[in-house]
Design a protein around this ligand. Sequence first.
Ligand code: NDP
Length: 331
Amino acid sequence: MSDSFKAILIEKTEAGQRAAVVDQPDTGLPAGDVTVRIRHSTVNYKDALALTGRSPVVRKFPMVPGIDFVGQVESSGHADYQPGDAVILNGWGVGESHWGGLAQRARVNGDWLVRLPPTLSARHSMALGTAGYTAMLCVMALQRLGVKPGQGEIAVSGAAGGVGSVAIMLLARLGYQVTAITGRTAEAAYLRRLGATDIVDRSTLAAPGRPLAKERWAGVVDTVGSHVLANLCASTRYGGVVAACGLAAGMDLPTTVAPFILRGVTLAGVDSVMCPRDRRIEAWTRLASEIDGDLLDLVTGPVIGLAGAIELAPKLLAGEVRGRLVVDVDQ
Ligand code: NDP
């Protein structure tokens, strides 16, 4: 075991925030009872915000970003983990207030880890990452609240992004009829390949709308917020469920109570960061058995290195990255 590791480090100076690939001594690792040799990480929307400094995601400097990683336990003082165990980490403030996954090594609280399901490869686990795990949490929310295949269309917004792409794959595989809401209608063939049967141009939902619109959706997975979410709530059918997890269009929600009190629509919030352990394990177990590996490869571009993560972050925020980015931390 070497005594230093390669990592992206975000530093803040008077000139602003800057991310660079550095060699970091192990002595800088934060407190924790499990040290992990990371193999792969990924770039989620939140990582791109941290890498660019576009939004105050990083709460402590210097910070190693990366809200996800997969790797092998190197040393452990935690009863559940032994050296060599393959583990995944998502969230818990890692990459925000605790050094994260865009690095070759991490030290974390063992309670935050989940075992890599035996049938899922390390690369595929990061092709999913927080985006895929959140897509599964959204699907689980729809199912828990009674939305069944055959009841009608399910709208997925931010469809060509990470959460959206995986949500379409999962819902289609479970037999739901999926409509992709996208700003990139040129990606229609890709979205249909994932399982969408209809494509709606996001611009038709992006302007302020009426409190109630024609009933269309039996369920919704929304990753963008703002007017799109408000309009999707307004057009959800009587008794339908809207799972909301994202804010790519904005943090606001300019809606009225009409869909909730006149149509009995349920707005279900989905959070991946502090999600309880049992639900995480259920989500990862289901991902391992319900994801089609070939389609996941279609969703994932070429594997990039740490420098590539810094380079592609602004493009991801501009909505120019399709699907998911996997990072090989040794590249
Ligand atoms: P991506 O960047 O991969 O995808 C976001 C997608 O949103 C884009 O591909 C684009 O889809 C759409 N989009 C981008 N800009 C806008 C805009 N201005 N207006 C409307 N739509 C837009 O991000 P992820 O899929 O990883 O994450 C999606 C959202 O979910 C983010 O807001 C993220 O912070 C949030 N998230 C929340 C989690 C939680 O725990 N609650 C966990 C994971 C993610 P298209 O081109 O198809 O329109």
